[in-house]
Design a protein around this ligand. Structure first.
Ligand SMILES: C[S@@+](CC[C@H](N)C(=O)[O-])C[C@H]1O[C@@H](n2cnc3c(N)ncnc32)[C@H](O)[C@@H]1O
Length: 346
């Protein structure tokens, strides 16, 4: 395939990079439309013109060509001199048949309701209060939980963004110490599935909101893990399923402010037997230690959308203390940005 290269303007890379960043919200909206219409899936491993894609994408060909051409200039697709587009190493992650896929990341982060919150960034920075609920009349998770498709997209978003961490987490902590583990706010159960595969004697459960629990039930079934994995629907602000040796809670406390995080931890504590352990699995901030991309902006998302944040080991220790739990150890997961903060009952 002969490729049409963008004409060089002679302008320096940093100038172009900044111009691209300044267009970032437009690029993200264009990507989310492309994701929503499934255009990367339509292209698959083939090459197609805008005319060939137009009917299925439901976008008039001339407009679609301008859209795909613009995205080609920022490296998402590639166009040849005959006007045929192909997926690149970047756009392949918008396909739904790849693992990991970031298709749903673009749909959730560019959801109108989420972007409405971001319009109040200055207010968030000045007050420390998240903007989603004020802008939309309900919290982010109420918005997600109200709709089956959104719940599915959220679970797939989590699988896309955190799925690559799964094998390192499953191998990097001695989960085999436990007989029964529950993944609180476990989403579709993709991380638990990795842990169960790596520890064949372990019995696991997923606990999440009802519509997400439905997604998890299907996923656990597809993975052939139903014989040693149950799924519970519930609200962790009310109660968590009792009687597990380990309460694993990953990338979930960072969604919440300190007060709500302590509330969740207390409910885990109430559910734990005396020997039980809490395994908070998060990016644990350390001064001078990078947390990796895209996690830095996920921290901003926590601030703007949810009121949560990434925390240091000391901050996790303080949360555990307030929930009448004791910090036992922080285990860094080799080959991952995550750590497991292990706590026990006081
Ligand atoms: C950021 S996601 C993390 C998902 C998963 N642990 C992972 O690491 O991929 C947070 C999860 O908390 C769940 N959640 C939010 N509010 C909840 C509630 N009140 N009760 C139970 N689960 C809740 C969401 O549905 C979502 O699956």
């Amino acid at each position: 395939m002969t490729t049409a290269a963008p004409v060089s303007t002679g302008r320096p890379q940093p100038y172009l990079r900044l111009a691209e960043l300044l267009m970032g919200s437009r690029i993200a909206l264009a990507l989310s439309l492309v994701a929503e219409r499934g255009i990367a899936d339509m292209l698959g491993d083939t090459e197609k013109t805008a005319e060939e894609l137009s009917a299925q994408a439901d976008i008039p060909a001339p407009a679609l060509r301008r859209l795909l051409r613009s995205l080609s200039y920022v490296g998402v697709f590639q166009e040849d001199t005959d006007g045929r587009f192909i997926n690149t190493d970047v756009s392949r992650y918008l396909r739904s048949d790849v693992n990991p896929s970031l298709r749903e990341m673009s749909l959730i982060l560019n959801d109108d309701a989420v972007l409405r919150g971001w319009q109040h960034l200055e207010q968030v920075l000045m007050t420390g209060n998240p903007a989603f609920a004020a802008a939309n009349g309900q919290t982010f998770f109420q918005h997600i939980a109200a709709d089956k498709k959104r719940s599915e997209n959220m679970a797939r978003f989590m699988k896309g963004i955190y799925g690559p961490e799964g094998p390192a987490i499953a191998a990097g902590f001695p989960f085999g110490r436990f007989g029964r583990l529950i993944d609180v706010g476990g989403g579709a159960g993709h991380i638990l599935a990795e842990i169960l595969r790596a520890h064949p004697k372990l019995h696991g459960s997923v606990f999440d909101l009802p519509k997400t629990a439905e997604v998890a039930r299907r996923f656990v079934d597809e993975q052939g893990l139903s014989d040693r994995c149950e799924v519970f629907a519930g609200d962790f602000f009310e109660a968590v399923t009792p009687g597990y040796d380990a309460y694993f809670i990953k990338s979930t406390l960072h969604d919440w402010d300190d007060e709500k995080s302590v509330h969740i931890l207390r409910n885990c504590r109430n559910a734990m037997p005396a020997h039980g352990r809490i395994l908070i699995t998060e990016i644990v901030l350390e001064p001078g230690k990078p947390i990796g991309h895209p996690h830095r902006f996920i921290d901003m998302e926590m601030m703007v959308t949810l009121g949560g944040k990434e925390r240091t080991a000391e901050e996790f220790g303080a949360l555990l203390h307030q929930a009448s739990l004791r910090l036992e150890q922080v285990h860094h997961i080799e080959g991952s940005f995550f750590s497991v903060v292990e706590g026990s009952k006081v």
